[in-house]
Design a protein around this ligand. Structure first.
Ligand code: AMP
Length: 576
């Protein structure tokens, strides 16, 4: 009997695990596609078709009518498996279709294939891994080279799912696949791009390479790496605000915005990355409420996230403020030394906010304070922030005479100077020399402005942010948003003298003994607090500056420090 073209030769019997595919294709009289589907697209299980695009099937020569027949047959085949299927359980209508979310007004774009080269499924053999770039929650990230069918090679980053002796951990696999499903629908110049997925062992995400690594690594790079110019930090802030506005418009909340998750694609291009904690914003209130104990980055979180496990675009805005603070402190750790279980108390009872970094202008710090408004509805939106940043942008000047005076910022004629503080009526200004990257004070007469002077620029202090004038959906129980003057920070930079906490009997995450809900044996990361950064002991700042924010009606009565629940109290434990 003659073999069907493409059907397995007797010496190439189908593997037992893929017999279903052969049967299905035979029924459709498409058996000739069995090998190409198996070998070129790496599909061995029905759920793998979630990642197959029409273009992939075009690529193996399957016509569109045949593709439609296959899609119908797959639907029938899978309806019987649906309840047991891990991909359905994981994606559960969340992605790529966003079925359970507040639907964004515009439809989700699909993975772009401008030149027909990009595929969601990438064969194992087309990717080779090289040097280790870093490791995250799910596993390792390696530099890699992806060979396209044309033979052309593309530098990529390959994130592999960590596999334990008993296979991937449930939540890690879940987060990994969620990250894939989110990323494959995103396309923005400042959002890291996913090229595709390798359905091998281990599962691998093939992503755009950000050759300059994470912003946090760049901020904390030791000398002789120069610090980043302040104007560049502002540019990054604008790019991140744009990317975050884009995510919000797609009904997504990032939940882990921090400099460690911002990657440098080029010296002047930042990309938002790490979508493992991304969730859809649901319901009329546009919020996501955390269901169970999961790790969250405590020091970056808004009070409503810490207290109620509530996340929204407004809580991402709070994190954006913390990210701004990280940028202007050279990558310091927010709330360093404050035990995670006390952060909420600092924010609510003490109304403390992170102090103004010396490199941060008052206008930019005021913008950060607006991001840290207690009520989510009082925070600006990311679209507002794009405009507010423009207003808070530090003015640029140019040196007109040499400054050599002791104690003054040295400069030579022509040096570009970014002004951090100064007004027309003061004789001394503070700024950064963008040639030497040094910061200091200098005679105002040594610099001419190439921008309008700070005194004539619209200053945010005392000016309601645009975002506060309109109602927000998140936590929308507040009617008209409250307008309030953001006070100036009372303190300057947090005193850098830090002292070590006493008592070495804490768990790996800084919980003192006996914390409710904390078990020292917890493996991986603690669900109750933000994990300590690697290799850093718990540090306690001498002085945490209070922002002086006016009392808010929602401030919770909190007892004396010694009586506070050690971990986020029982109420919090129950939601986080
Ligand atoms: P993640 O698992 O996403 O937290 O990544 C862990 C680390 O790997 C990051 O902090 C980066 O240093 C590095 N990394 C992740 N993705 C990329 C990428 N696309 N390009 C370059 N480095 C990356």
């Amino acid at each position: 009997m003659e073999r069907c073209p493409g059907s397995p030769r007797p010496d190439m019997l189908p593997e037992a695990g893929s017999l279903w595919l052969l049967r299905l294709l035979r029924d459709l009289q498409l058996a000739q596609f069995y090998r190409p589907i198996l070998e070129e697209l790496n599909v061995t299980r029905p759920e793998h078709f979630d990642f197959v695009r029409a273009e992939d099937l075009d690529g193996i020569g399957m016509g569109r009518p045949a593709q439609r027949r296959l899609a119908e047959a797959l639907k029938r085949h899978r309806s019987g498996l649906k309840s047991k299927n891990w991909v359905y359980k994981i994606f559960g209508g969340f992605a790529p279709g966003q079925k359970e979310t507040t639907p964004p007004s515009d439809s989700l774009p699909s993975l772009p294939e401008p030149d027909g080269r990009l595929k969601c499924l990438i064969p194992d053999r087309a990717v080779c891994r090289g040097e280790l770039l870093g490791s995250g929650c799910f596993g390792m990230v390696h530099r890699g080279l992806w060979t396209l069918p044309s033979g052309q090679t593309v530098p990529v980053a390959v994130k592999s799912l960590r596999v334990g002796p008993e296979g991937p951990e449930g939540t890690e696999l879940e987060d990994f696949l969620r990250e894939v499903s989110v990323m494959m629908n995103l396309e923005h110049p400042h959002v890291l791009r996913l090229h595709g997925l390798v359905l091998g062992q281990p599962l691998q995400m093939v992503m755009e390479l950000a050759p300059l690594g994470s912003l946090h690594a760049r901020l904390t790079a030791p000398a002789p790496t120069p610090p980043l110019p302040l104007a560049l930090l502002c540019l990054f802030l604008r790019q991140v605000a744009g990317a975050m506005a884009y995510l919000g418009a797609r009904g997504l909340v990032h939940r882990d915005l921090a400099t460690r998750n911002l990657l440098l694609a080029s010296p002047r291009t930042i990309k938002v990355a790490d979508f493992g904690l991304v969730r859809p914003l649901g319901g009329a209130r546009g919020r996501y409420i955390m269901g169970g104990p999961r790790r969250i980055p405590f020091a970056w979180c808004a009070p409503e996230s810490l207290r109620h496990g509530a996340f929204s675009s407004a809580s991402d805005v709070w994190m954006y403020g913390v990210t701004l603070w990280e940028m202007f402190t050279g990558g310091e750790e927010p709330w360093a030394g404050v035990p995670p279980y006390l952060i909420l108390q600092r924010l609510e009872k003490d109304r403390a906010r992170l102090p103004r970094p010396p490199l941060c202008s008052r206008a930019l710090y005021t913008l950060a304070l607006r991001c840290w408004a207690y009520h989510p509805a009082d925070r600006p939106t990311f679209s507002d922030l794009e405009g507010l940043l423009q207003e808070a942008w530090p003015p640029e000047g140019r040196c007109v005479r040499e400054v050599m005076e002791p104690g003054a910022l040295r400069m030579e004629p022509g040096d570009p100077i970014t002004i951090i503080e100064g007004s027309l009526d003061s004789t001394t200004w503070k700024g950064q020399n963008s040639r030497t990257f040094k910061v200091g004070s200098f005679p105002a007469s040594a610099v001419t402005l190439v921008d309008p002077p700070p005194a004539t620029r619209p200053v945010l202090r005392g000016t309601p942010a645009r975002g506060e004038r309109h109602q927000r959906n998140a936590d929308g129980d507040r009617g008209k948003a409250k307008l309030q003057d953001a006070p100036q920070a009372r303190g300057q930079r947090r005193n850098v003298a830090l002292q070590r906490t006493k008592g070495g009997a804490e768990c790996a995450w800084g919980h003192p003994p006996g914390v409710p809900g904390c078990s020292k044996s917890h493996r991986g990361r603690c669900g109750f607090c933000h994990p300590e950064p690697q290799g850093r002991a718990a540090l306690l700042p001498q002085q945490l500056v209070q922002s002086g924010l006016p009392a808010h009606p929602g401030a919770l009565p909190v007892g004396p420090l010694g009586r506070q629940p050690l971990c986020p109290g029982p109420a919090l434990n129950s939601v986080l």
